[in-house]
Design a protein around this ligand. Structure first.
Ligand SMILES: Nc1ncnc2c1ncn2[C@@H]1O[C@H](COP(=O)(O)OP(=O)(O)OP(=O)(O)O)[C@@H](O)[C@H]1O
Ligand SMILES: [Mg+2]
Length: 228
């Protein structure tokens, strides 16, 4: 089941100390994501997309504002609670996949479960099952360098999904793929939204990729300028 996310008046400033210039990366951003929705965050480089995903993923904290996930304010939670949220609720995939190069495909995907204390045998079974779901059951013992870009992103998606998250945060997931492969990754994300009822937010600067989402939030200079 997907999460309901409420972002209320969120601002984020970086720097401000003598060594770093002050940047207001986000200014009073508010929106709601319904459970099981697929939303694109569209805007040019530097507009604040990654900053916003990092805040929703609890990788960083806003300067002001609230972020409620299924009614709980993730900003004011304790660090152990934020850590559990990052491990179990909000999963992220990235433009450059971020797979561990010395581990096989199945090892990469079972890692989040092992870190969460799941016994190795069960973690391995769950990883294999999730990899089958993303169509990679023939690559279980391959290393990342032996895969195509699209296959690497599917491994990253499997690694995100293996913990059964309620929220998938995708930061330019097709940014490093050709358009055909990118479309296959978007097909997979679309399937996951409907099959698992996940809530998905995808940051992109591509209008074509954004058009695949059911809702588009336009971000410009840290401000939400329109929704469509
Ligand atoms: N850790 C940081 N310290 C200082 N400034 C930062 C930091 N991270 C981001 N910024 C600044 O905040 C603004 C928003 O950056 P962000 O990475 O969120 O943009 P983006 O929309 O994801 O861009 P891109 O499409 O290039 O990935 C930019 O001006 C950036 O320089
Ligand atoms: Mg970014």
């Amino acid at each position: 089941m997907g999460a309901r996310v409420l972002v209320e008046g969120v601002s984020k400033r970086y720097g401000g100390d003598p060594s770093t210039p002050r940047t207001e990366a986000l200014h009073e951003v508010s929106f709601e994501l319904l459970p099981g929705s697929f939303t694109a965050l569209l805007g040019p480089s530097g507009c604040g997309k990654s900053t916003l995903l990092n805040l929703v993923g609890a990788l960083d904290k806003p300067t002001s504002g609230r972020i409620l996930v299924d009614g709980l304010d993730i900003v004011s939670r304790s660090e152990p609670e934020r850590d559990t949220y990052r491990r179990r609720t909000a999963a992220t995939i990235f433009q450059f996949f971020n797979l561990l190069s010395t581990m096989t495909v199945v090892e990469n995907v079972s890692l989040p479960l092992l870190l969460d204390g799941v016994p190795p045998r069960r973690a391995d079974d769950a990883a294999r099952q999730t990899l089958t779901e993303v169509g990679l059951d023939e690559k279980l013992t391959a290393f990342p360098y032996q895969l195509s870009g699209g296959q690497m992103q599917r491994v990253a998606i499997a690694r995100a999904l293996v913990v059964n998250p309620a929220l998938l945060l995708a930061d330019e997931p097709t940014g490093n793929l050709d358009s055909r492969t990118g479309n296959q990754v978007l097909d997979l994300i679309e399937e996951l939204v409907s099959a698992r009822g996940l809530t998905v937010v995808m940051a992109t600067h591509s209008e074509a990729a954004a058009a695949r989402a059911t809702r588009v939030l336009h971000l410009l200079d840290g401000r939400l300028v329109a929704a469509s």
